[in-house]
Design a protein around this ligand. Sequence first.
Ligand code: PEP
Length: 247
Amino acid sequence: MRTPFIAGNWKMNMTAESGKKLIEELKPLVKDANCKVALCVPAILIPAMTEAAKGSNIEIGAENVHWAEKGAYTGEISCTMLKEYGVKYAIIGHSERRQYFGETDEGVNKRTLAALAGGITPIVCVGETLEERESGVTEKVLDRQLEVGLKGIKDITNVVIAYEPVWAIGTGKTATDEQAQETIAYIRKKIGEIFCPKCAEKVIIQYGGSMNAANCKGLMAQPDIDGGLIGGASLKLDFATIVNYDK
Ligand code: PEP
């Protein structure tokens, strides 16, 4: 009922040249995928990567989007600008944005509402730090991130959620299949409470955090895990192996 969705997050990596080369190599490898495939790339690479991915099943996404349509927001990018290049997705509230750039749940909410209004599917990231998990407040943290971050959304089925435990991102330390399943099932239940249980059943929830070619099968076999948000492994051909997790 839910179409799996694997998205890459290039973060601040790649150049126009290396990005184009990777996309050219990935195209034939992912063309028969049974899931949706996207690469979220640095803003400056969007035009070139859109061109490189043309005619393939790889869709291009952004790594952030601002809430205003235009104005005095130095360094930010609007939905209108992204749409001009056919951008389909935007990551919002990634833990690195929260950790290094002061992103708040309120900001996540404003960006998410703007993305939806502008026709871009937001990939909203939530997840607890190691300290929060160890002190037993994971659910409390997720409750806050979901309640505030998703406030005022009319149709939650237009939003993709990425559960990314901060302690697993870029650390090589993946959540176990069971940990990821348990927490994502909790997120789905919470979305059901905030919106409606029927809608929650339709929401795509990805796992993110050191997902790779070796562990993707086990994670994707979990009933509530509908895909992955892939950092490091999306910078290489391993991304194709993850996309083809079911083969
Ligand atoms: C991410 O950037 O969203 C991520 C999950 O990174 P990594 O796969 O490298 O842990």
